[in-house]
Design a protein around this ligand. Structure first.
Ligand code: FBP
Length: 258
């Protein structure tokens, strides 16, 4: 991979694919509008903003918007239960024409449909790499055979799968244990690791978790609800950035929330 706007030493990505994954229950009057989130991404100087192709087509302007675009190539709703499968909904070519600087794909290790997702992922990855685009794999172990998605060994296995499959970055969940995360990141080898945000939590806890995550060796976060559901998204952005990019303490970061 030659120079990439996405593969930096430290990153903060803004995720906004929840409209498909969870539905509008995540939204309020403001953040239901993709422009509201794009504005946060641009003003907050995010390392990337993550959209499905529909939002990108209608809202992202590659000349006007300065935040690098990351297109999520597959997706699914939470309306269907059982072992998950997330089919490809957008091609690498389409993503490039929308201005994408990286592409993303969710794999559910442990699902009975795992093999299909592996196969789809490897095709996407080959095409993306031919076009010098980094590939971010959401590694979310899930399905009837997965008893605990946040189990250390299950997360470590998922991280390792990301390395074995050739992902440039993997996005995983945090089980709130920095020691586990250190091992999980070690298992990911040269594949970089970002952590997802999860449901909205209190800002102090979020900042403490971010500090622990960075100290464990992750390169940053790919976070959604904890930013665009926060009353002042640019304040929480500054606080997160101070920890991720400037190694500030939680107490120093908290000052940005005043
Ligand atoms: P959040 O920070 O809002 O949790 O977003 C991270 C993310 O990975 C999104 O990209 C995705 O929509 C969502 O979480 C999927 O999470 P889950 O499958 O656990 O509902």
């Amino acid at each position: 991979m030659k120079s990439s706007k996405i593969l930096k030493k430290r990153v903060l990505f803004l995720a906004y694919d929840q409209g498909l994954e969870h539905g509008p229950t995540d939204f309020n009057d403001k953040n239901v509008d993709p422009n509201y989130v794009l504005n946060i991404a641009d003003k907050g100087n995010y390392s990337g903003v993550i959209f499905q192709k529909g939002i990108a087509e209608k809202y992202y302007n590659k000349k006007k918007n300065k935040t690098p675009l990351i297109i999520k190539l597959n997706g699914k709703t939470n309306l269907i239960k059982g072992d998950p499968i997330s089919p490809q909904l957008c091609t690498v070519k389409e993503a490039i024409s929308l201005g994408a600087k990286a592409v993303g794909y969710t794999i559910y290790p442990g699902s009975i449909h795992e093999a299909k997702m592996f196969k789809e992922f490897e095709k996407i990855e080959r095409e993306a790499h031919e076009n010098n685009l980094p590939v971010i794999a959401w590694m979310y172990p899930r399905g009837s055979s997965i008893k605990n998605e946040l189990d250390k060994d299950i997360l470590a296995y998922s991280a390792r799968i990301g390395l074995e499959l050739g992902a440039d970055i993997i996005k995983i969940k945090y089980n709130n244990n920095p020691k586990d995360l250190k091992w999980i990141i070690k298992c990911a080898g040269k594949t970089k690791v970002v952590i997802s945000g999860g449901t909205k939590t209190n800002p102090e806890l979020l900042l403490q978790q971010t500090k622990d995550i960075m100290n464990s060796g992750a390169i940053g976060l790919a976070i959604g609800r904890n930013v665009w559901q926060y009353k002042e998204p640019l304040k929480i952005t500054k606080a997160l950035k101070s920890i991720i990019f400037k190694n500030k303490s939680v107490n120093e970061a908290l000052k940005y929330l005043k």
